[in-house]
Design a protein around this ligand. Structure first.
Ligand code: FAD
Length: 623
């Protein structure tokens, strides 16, 4: 049967990529359908109940700056908030929230159900509808056909998903959910490069069986950080602490003795796992000299007794999991509620995607999330938003949009994926960005919200709040620049108590704030200078912009130099074999990767600066 209505955008999958994709397309006015296995698992966290962290928090802020869901959902579901790297520079500071799993799902669902232009439908998608090499819709498990101008696939770990616990394995999308076998088999018939990856999760433990008194308490920050630029602390539910315990020699002994029963070490698992989220068996093998590893004991919610022991992801058999858990301080009597497991799944080579996330071979088909070889909710959500917005742009016959590497972590990620691809699950780190000082969490809205507004992603409420904040920053910066304090000023004695060297001449407030021993709060506390602005985000921005002005300017100059060639376009049909002077290796790599710009070409390993110069000359000759 053919469904009566035709859509602009169909999003398949209601995980983190799918929910952001559907919401973004709908916000832009596209008539959108979100087709997913189960409406009750919209926004489900498959693994760790936490949002953010280093690099990942930056992505959440960018999603939020573009009007996305993740930041506000995390604010409404976060039961412990922390700023990581708080003592370091603003570029690497990152927000992390432990989330109540149910509250998070609820927050996502509520936002989707109240999103105009969006319909939700529960059923498995089994195939794509194609007209030549153009995708025109999807077919569900029961043969229902939905037509659309564009389709976004966000099916996560579900394609040919195979769950391993010890030597036992069974098909599944994640524990408790069915795999996508038919869709995976149909996709494998298409001219797309595919391979296997794997990821894993720890056993979950019943808090009623745990002795917290022997563990270290880890409280959240007070005042609590806020994720969304339009959020506030009052959005947060009750806050509760996490705990810390450790593995020990006994734990490691249990694991070493049973390594031959690990599907990974016995060679049963073919897929490569996430390097930065290794299983406990991986950790004790790779770091054999370490006698202990830290475990963060994280509550899964306010109304659940389930605990997530972060740090002991494993696919060892259940009896070994139990022995591992019970060897750990505080877990001696622990009851496992859900066993840990590893999952292998199909992913598609992201080098087959354009930078706007559209497939290079099949028109109007977009991929986002774990299907592209990434790992993590934030990576998935950010890609989903970009794919959803580009699918909508395509449906409206408008030009594609994606942020540059110097504009957003989202730009860094998509450039990395589409030019370099990935052989292991890709996760975001601040070290992946060359312009870290500009790509901070705190200025994600300044980098992206205006662009989001122009694209139709940002609603009136967010836009008004953003404009108000920008106005306050501008006024306060102006005040600090134009207010001068001389040694004879009434405020000078109190000010001198703050300064390492007392005032010897007149200074404006901007110069004073630039001194290392001064911050905005301490300066505004001086009688006759403060109280300053009553707007936390704007005050933080004023301080960072002034204190780091020199570094920021230098980085902007670097970007300008770099941009000259970065965006020079390379024709997708260019036969690199016909470019005189390129080595066989470079020709093969460029013909395979088909980069869209010179900048992307330059980041392919083996493509030398000399090869880039040859390409530049060739492009000029082609005219
Ligand atoms: P998912 O969240 O997997 O969502 C996919 C959605 O698509 C689901 O709603 C599903 O029901 C739906 N779907 C699938 N097939 C179909 C179909 N044919 N028709 C309709 N709907 C369909 N991330 C980390 O950062 N660190 C970790 O250590 C980590 N460990 C993990 C361990 C496990 C066991 C799993 C399963 C995941 C782990 N993750 C981890 C990954 C994290 O869960 C994903 O990166 C993230 O959820 C990906 O989001 P997504 O939207 O791409 O896919």
């Amino acid at each position: 049967m053919q469904y009566e209505e035709s859509f602009d955008v169909i999003v398949v999958g209601g995980g983190h990529a799918g929910t952001e994709a559907a919401a973004a397309a709908a916000r832009m006015g596209a008539n959108t359908l979100l087709l997913t296995h189960n409406v009750d698992t919209l926004g489900q966290m498959s693994c760790n109940p936490a949002i953010g962290g280093i690099g990942k928090g930056h992505l959440v802020k960018e999603i939020d700056a573009l009007g996305g869901i993740m930041g506000t959902a995390a604010d409404h579901a976060g039961i412990q908030f922390r700023t990581l790297n708080a003592s370091k520079g603003p570029a690497v500071r990152a927000t992390r929230a432990q989330a109540d799993r149910q509250l998070y799902r609820q927050a996502v669902r509520t936002r989707l159900e109240n999103q105009p232009n969006l319909r939700i439908f529960q059923q498995a998608c089994d195939d794509l509808l194609l007209d030549g090499d153009t995708v025109v819709g999807v077919v569900t498990q029961t043969g229902l056909k939905f037509r659309a101008k564009t389709v976004v696939l966000t099916v996560g770990t579900f394609l040919n998903g195979l769950i391993h616990i010890g030597m036992d394995n069974y098909k599944g999308g994640r524990a408790g959910d069915p795999p996508s076998i038919t869709l995976a088999n149909h996709l494998r018939e298409l001219p797309l490069r595919t391979d296997r990856l794997k990821t894993g999760t720890p056993p979950r433990i019943d808090a009623n069986s745990v002795d917290f008194s022997v563990m270290q308490v880890q409280p959240g920050d007070n005042p609590t950080p806020v994720f969304s630029f339009i959020g506030n602390r009052e959005d947060h539910p009750q806050q509760i602490p996490c705990y810390i315990t450790h593995t020990n020699e006994k734990t490691h002994e249990v694991i070493r003795k049973n390594l031959d029963r690990s599907p990974m070490y016995a060679g049963v698992i073919e897929g490569i796992g996430p390097r930065y989220c290794p299983s406990i068996e991986d950790k004790i093998t790779r770091f054999a000299d370490k006698t202990s590893h830290q475990i963060f004991v994280e509550p899964e919610g306010l109304t659940s007794t389930e605990l997530y022991p972060n740090g002991i992801s494993t696919s060892l058999p259940f009896d070994v999991q139990l022995a591992i858990v019970r060897s750990i301080k505080g877990f001696e009597q622990a009851h496992i509620m859900r066993p840990g497991y590893a999952i292998e799944y199909d992913y598609f080579d992201p080098r087959d995607l354009k930078i706007n996330m559209e497939n290079k071979c099949l028109h109007n088909l977009f991929f986002a999330g774990q299907i592209n070889g990434t790992t993590g909710y934030e990576e998935a959500g950010a890609q989903g938003l970009l794919a959803g917005l580009n699918a909508a742009l395509r449906a409206f016959d408008k030009e594609a949009w994606s942020p540059r590497r110097d504009q957003a972590y989202l730009g860094v990620m998509m450039d990395d994926l589409s030019t370099l691809g990935t052989q292991e699950p890709y996760r975001m780190f601040t070290s992946r960005a060359e312009y870290r000082l500009l790509l901070r969490e705190d200025n994600a809205d300044i980098r992206l919200t205006e662009e989001g507004r122009n694209l139709g992603l940002v609603d009136d409420h967010r836009w008004a709040m953003f404009c108000d904040k920008m106005e306050r920053i501008s006024q306060e910066s102006q005040r600090l620049r134009t207010n001068w304090i001389s040694p004879a000023h009434d405020a000078a004695p109190a000010l001198n108590e703050l300064l390492k060297t007392p005032l010897s001449r007149e200074h404006n407030l901007e110069e004073l704030l630039r001194r290392p021993e001064v911050n905005y709060t301490s300066l505004m506390a001086v009688d006759g200078i403060g109280p300053g602005i009553d707007h936390e985000q704007a005050a933080e921005q004023v301080e960072i912009q002034i204190k780091y002005a020199g570094y920021i300017e230098r980085q902007k100059d670097e970007i300008q130099k770099h941009l000259r060639n970065e965006h020079t376009r390379l024709p997708l049909d260019l036969d690199y074999g016909e470019v005189p002077g390129l080595s066989h290796e470079v020709i093969a790599k460029l013909n395979q990767a088909r980069p869209e710009t010179l900048g992307m070409a330059s980041r392919i390993s083996g493509v030398t600066p000399a090869a880039i110069s040859i390409l530049l000359v060739h492009l000029k000759k082609r005219g």
